[in-house]
Design a protein around this ligand. Structure first.
Ligand code: CTP
Length: 402
């Protein structure tokens, strides 16, 4: 999945022949999962039509501060637009627009929006070769970089003037690749390896029956996705679950029993920076699972159970251990039980769920949690979707490990 997925992108198109390439750029951004709004300078409309870009972006294309053709004339609020954007791309960026960006000249909606924005701004220059290397242009490039703007350098090749040299706007694919790589390089968990256990475990009674629980694996999958979104390499060790959890940074190992989960965890725990144990592990397993299906011969059946290894506690007891996060699902005396688990399992953070809270626990898409640190400080997060809870948990971890 692209890091541009879910991002709100404002594309500023200025008046150069390369403006025609922005039709393809918009398509690629949308394909990457971004929401795109386009602002054009008046000159850009000579090179590509607003209709094309509004059709591709599925949003009206804005150029002026007011919509003159509209009899119910509305004000296009550049401040709102600038704050809406997660990132701005100005492509093509002409020498004229670049000069105005440097000097704070605001004579159109795009420049007003640029000056109002707080997000990252990428610009892809496009101009003739002599303009590109003119001292005023190179000085402006440097000034824009000093303001924190990110330049996507032009390429070499044939130019609209018929001359050949540097000045061709980077191709749409190159623009996307540049921005993706830049965002990835800024992700807080880049370079970190994380492990997460999730879902239930099934403990075999015989070849067709098992002891299990109602865990869906949704919370663990949401955490795995959030870890990957923040740039971590993720080892997801998942019990039987239908939950789909796909990301190029997630390596999923499917297991069934607690013992298999224990083995999978200990195979990689030494290379892990953060380990999160959200699985609902069966505490006991049948001591002697039958090889054949058990027939109902008698009125009662006794199955002897033996204790499973406590995977979280086994990692908590390691001399050199990763940052450790456990979960606790309780039905009564929640805090008291959770505090005992912090000590017993030596967690850095413990995420407490109470079965008494509406909208928390197994199967549902929401959760309500209390985060407990190793000094037993607590903070409660009200009921919200598991994907949002996952963000809160990961932000709490990031605050403590970086
Ligand atoms: N856990 C584990 N291995 C086990 C049991 C639990 O890794 N065999 C982990 C869970 O993934 C969770 C934490 O320990 O992060 C607490 O699990 P929980 O079931 O609430 O606690 P238990 O230790 O099983 O205690 P009890 O069932 O008595 O409340």
């Amino acid at each position: 999945m692209s890091v541009l997925s879910g991002k709100k992108i404002l594309l500023g198109v200025t008046g150069g022949i390369a403006a025609y390439k922005t039709t393809y750029l918009v398509r690629l951004l949308i394909k990457a999962g971004a929401t795109v709004k386009v602002v054009m300078t008046p000159a850009a409309r000579d090179f590509v039509t607003p209709l094309t870009l509004s059709t591709l972006s599925k949003h009206p294309v804005l150029t002026h501060f007011t919509n003159e053709e509209d009899e119910n004339d509305t004000w296009n609020n550049h401040v709102e637009l600038g704050l809406w954007a997660d990132l701005i791309i100005i492509a093509p960026a002409t020498a004229n627009t670049i000069s105005k960006m440097v000097n704070g000249t605001i004579d159109n909606l795009l420049l007003a929006t640029y000056c109002s924005a707080k997000c990252s701004v990428y610009f892809a220059p496009a101009m003739d070769l002599d303009m590109y290397k003119h001292p005023s242009t190179t000085a402006n490039f440097d000034k824009l970089a000093s303001y924190g703007n990110l330049m996507i350098p032009a390429g070499d090749g044939e130019l609209a003037s018929g001359l050949s040299g540097k000045g061709r706007m980077a191709e749409p694919e190159e623009i996307i690749q540049f921005i993706e790589q830049h965002i990835e390089s800024q992700l807080p968990l880049r370079g970190k390896t994380c492990l997460i256990t999730a879902g239930p475990t099934y403990e075999a009674i015989d070849p067709v029956r098992f002891i299990g629980n109602h865990s869906s694996g949704k919370m663990g999958a949401a955490i795995a996705m959030e870890l990957a979104t923040q740039g971590a390499r993720v080892h997801l060790i998942m019990g039987p679950s239908h939950v789909v959890c796909q990301h190029e940074l997630i390596d999923r190992v499917n297991i069934k029993s607690a013992q298999q989960m224990y083995d999978a965890v200990h195979e990689i725990i030494n290379v892990v920076d953060v380990a999160i144990f959200s699985a609902a592990v069966a505490d006991y397993r049948p001591s002697n699972p039958a090889d054949q299906k058990i027939k109902k011969k008698s009125d009662t059946l006794t199955i002897k159970l033996v204790k499973n290894p406590d995977i979280l506690a086994s990692v908590g007891a390691m001399e050199k251990k990763p940052f450790l996060v456990g979960f606790a699902l309780e039905t009564d005396n929640e805090l008291e039980h959770a505090f005992a688990k912090v000590e017993k399992k030596q967690t850095d953070l413990l995420i407490l769920n109470s079965m008494r809270d509406k909208g928390a626990g197994f199967g549902v898409d929401t959760n309500k949690i209390t985060i407990i640190d190793k000094d037993k400080n607590t903070s409660t997060i009200e009921t919200k979707p598991k994907t949002e809870v996952a963000k809160d948990i990961i932000n709490e971890i990031i605050k403590r490990i970086l």
